[in-house]
Every structure is written in structure tokens, then in C-alpha cells.
Design a protein around this ligand. Structure first.
Ligand code: HEC
Ligand SMILES: [Cu+2]
Length: 313
């Protein structure tokens, strides 16, 4: 049985240890107090009508004992927590920064070399990372259980997270601040790569490899993957249900009416324009919340999405 999520950062073992410590102390105290309570109720119950309780005022030894022991436990927990908090909030000198922007309902990551990713954060293993985070709208919260780090993002100030991943792999990223309709779809992944893989990813060779492997799957299939990995799923349904954005079901070749009264047929060019310049033609009944995917999706990917939309009849 797995008690806790996988542990994949330098913080994880320490956080788990304090969690266990507090849990064990609580369970022991709870069982002990519960047992004594029941035991005393039975032992000292009134047995006869004139069974009088003797006038006890106090017991200095017992009172000292039950004050000193919990105090020591609290101090230990405090010191442990303080030391950990200090590590957690201090950025190591050699940390690599990534800028994070959250908005309803996507995560975007900007790297120092000009790369940008959506919903997927790429970091090298064993490298201290500092995330400089902000929100474009409401409160969001960045939470990666495997790293044991969580921090709110705000609209009016930057907040930070430091972590060092210790294990290569792909980990879940959640938004843990209720942020509106598609909050539960505001999911992402953290890819922890080896130093060599990360270097490839950084200089773009990994993109070539990805393109080559993307070329092997049918466009509609690729489009389906992009629909969830790029976060379209947060706002667009594929089953006809109304969401933050219009459903994609039956979208292709449908007549669209816009807020300015004009209309157009949803053909390939219209869909591409909607993805790159969402504010150009606003579908009637919807708000201007879709972000532009210019620079975030290449032509092959946009074509794949269009092919996927065509299959949703
Ligand atoms: C934050 C919510 C949100 C996200 C995320 C989002 N969209 Fe949208 N999208 C909207 C809204 C709202 C509209 C309608 C208003 C408008 O035309 O901009 C829309 C409109 C569209 C349209 C035109 C639809 C129509 O019925 O005419 C297309 C195509 C589209 N989005 C594609 C995408 C793709 C592809 C993605 C992911 C790569 C995506 N959207 C992600 C909210 C979103
Ligand atoms: Cu959120």
C-alpha cells in the first residue's frame, strides 16, 4: 500500500518525516487519552449513594509532567518546521529561474533561453530551480505533490517556489486554489529530464525528435493529444456540452455568428485564425478569455487540431 505520493525532490524526505512524526505523536496521545478517559470513568464512578470524591486540589508532579512533555514536543516540531521553512524559502545561488504565469485555466512557462511551454514544465534533474510566478487573473496555486511544494500565485505580486528534483520522470502538477469553472482541468506535468536530455530539449533538438515521432501518428490522433496536453480541454468540450468556450462537436463547417453581427463558416482558415488570434472574431455568447496560441503551436500542430475537430461530428 502506498501511503504518500512518490518522493522526487530534495524536500520530500524531510516533509514526510515531520508528517509521520506529527501523525505518530497525535495517534499515541489520542489513544492514551481516550484509554485513560474510559478507564477513569469506570474506576472512579459513584458506587454507592454516599460515595464522596475526596477533596483533591492538585498534583504538582503530574501537572509538571503533562506540561513539560507537550512543550518539548511542540518545540521540537517548531524547530524542525522552522529549519525546513528556511530551506524552502531560501534560493540556492546556482538556481535556474523559470517564469510561470497562471491564468484561467492554463499554466505557461517562460525559460531564460526564450522557450515557452504550456502546461508542461521541463527541468533538469539535480538542479535547483526557482519559479517566479504570477497570475494574470484570479488566485491560482502551484502544487506538485511529488516535490512536496505548493504556493499561491497572485495578480498583484510575484511569488516563488524553490525545488530540486531528484528523480527523472513525469510528475503531476495541480492548481489547488479554486479558480472558476475549469479549475479541475487546470492540470499540468513536470518533466524532469537528465542533464543531457535537458540540453537537447533546450537547444531544440528534442523538438525535432518530437516532430519526427509526431509525424508517425495520424494528424487527428495528434490533434486529440494536443487537445488535452495544450489545455484546450479546460474550455472546449467535445461532446456538445457548453463550457467556457464553444463545444468542438459539430464545429467544422458550421455557420458562426460573431458579437459584431458578422458571420462566417468554420473552415480550416477560420479555425486557424481562432487559435492564433482569438480576439479577432468573438463567437456570440462568449467572453474574450481564450489566450492566443501564437508561438505555442506550430503549423503541423494546428493542422492536427483542425483534423481532430473535423472528426467530432
Ligand atoms: C481559457 C479558455 C480557453 C482555452 C484554454 C482555449 N479556448 Fe478556444 N475559445 C475560448 C472561448 C471563450 C471561445 C469563444 C470566443 C472567441 O471566439 O474567442 C473560443 C473559441 C475557439 C475557437 C472558435 C470556436 C467557434 O465555435 O467558432 C476555436 C477553433 C478554438 N477556440 C480553439 C482552441 C484551441 C485549439 C485551444 C487549445 C490549443 C483552445 N481553443 C483553448 C476559450 C478557450
Ligand atoms: Cu487555477
Amino acid at each position: 500500500m502506498k501511503w504518500l505520493p512518490e518522493s522526487a525532490s530534495t524536500f520530500a524526505p524531510g516533509v514526510d518525516l515531520i508528517l509521520w512524526l506529527v501523525t505518530i505523536i497525535s495517534v499515541i496521545s489520542c489513544v492514551l487519552i481516550g484509554f485513560l478517559l474510559v478507564y477513569f470513568v469506570i474506576k472512579y464512578r459513584r458506587k454507592t449513594d454516599n460515595d464522596q470524591t475526596p477533596a483533591i486540589t492538585h498534583d504538582s508532579f503530574l501537572e509538571t509532567l503533562w506540561t513539560v512533555i507537550p512543550t518539548i514536543l511542540c518545540i521540537v516540531i517548531f524547530i524542525y518546521g522552522y529549519v525546513y521553512y528556511d530551506q524552502y524559502t531560501t534560493t540556492p545561488k546556482n538556481a535556474v529561474e523559470v517564469n510561470v504565469t497562471a491564468k484561467q485555466w492554463i499554466w505557461s512557462f517562460d525559460y531564460s533561453n526564450g522557450k515557452k511551454t504550456l502546461n508542461e514544465l521541463y527541468v533538469p534533474v539535480d538542479q535547483p530551480i526557482r519559479l517566479v510566478m504570477q497570475s494574470d487573473d484570479v488566485l491560482h496555486s502551484f502544487f506538485v505533490p511529488a516535490f512536496r511544494v505548493k504556493q499561491d500565485l497572485m495578480g498583484n505580486r510575484y511569488t516563488y517556489i524553490n525545488f530540486t528534483a531528484t528523480k527523472e520522470g513525469v510528475y503531476d502538477l495541480y492548481c489547488t486554489e479554486y479558480c472558476g469553472t475549469a479549475h479541475s482541468d487546470m492540470l499540468g506535468k513536470v518533466h524532469v529530464l537528465s542533464k543531457a536530455e535537458f540540453a537537447l530539449w533546450e537547444d531544440g533538438s528534442a523538438d525535432e525528435a518530437k516532430k519526427a515521432s509526431a509525424a508517425k501518428i495520424p494528424p487527428a490522433e495528434l490533434g486529440k493529444q494536443l487537445y488535452s496536453s495544450k489545455g484546450c480541454v479546460a474550455c472546449h468540450s467535445i461532446d456538445g456540452a457548453n463550457g467556457v468556450g464553444p463545444t468542438w462537436k459539430g464545429l467544422f463547417a458550421k455557420n458562426r455568428v460573431f458579437t459584431d453581427g458578422t458571420s462566417a463558416k468554420a473552415d480550416e482558415n477560420y479555425i486557424k485564425e481562432s487559435i492564433l488570434y482569438p480576439a479577432e472574431k468573438m463567437v456570440e455568447g462568449y467572453g474574450p478569455v481564450m489566450p492566443s496560441y501564437k508561438g505555442l503551436l506550430d503549423d503541423t500542430e494546428i493542422t492536427a487540431i483542425i483534423e481532430y475537430i473535423k472528426t467530432l461530428k
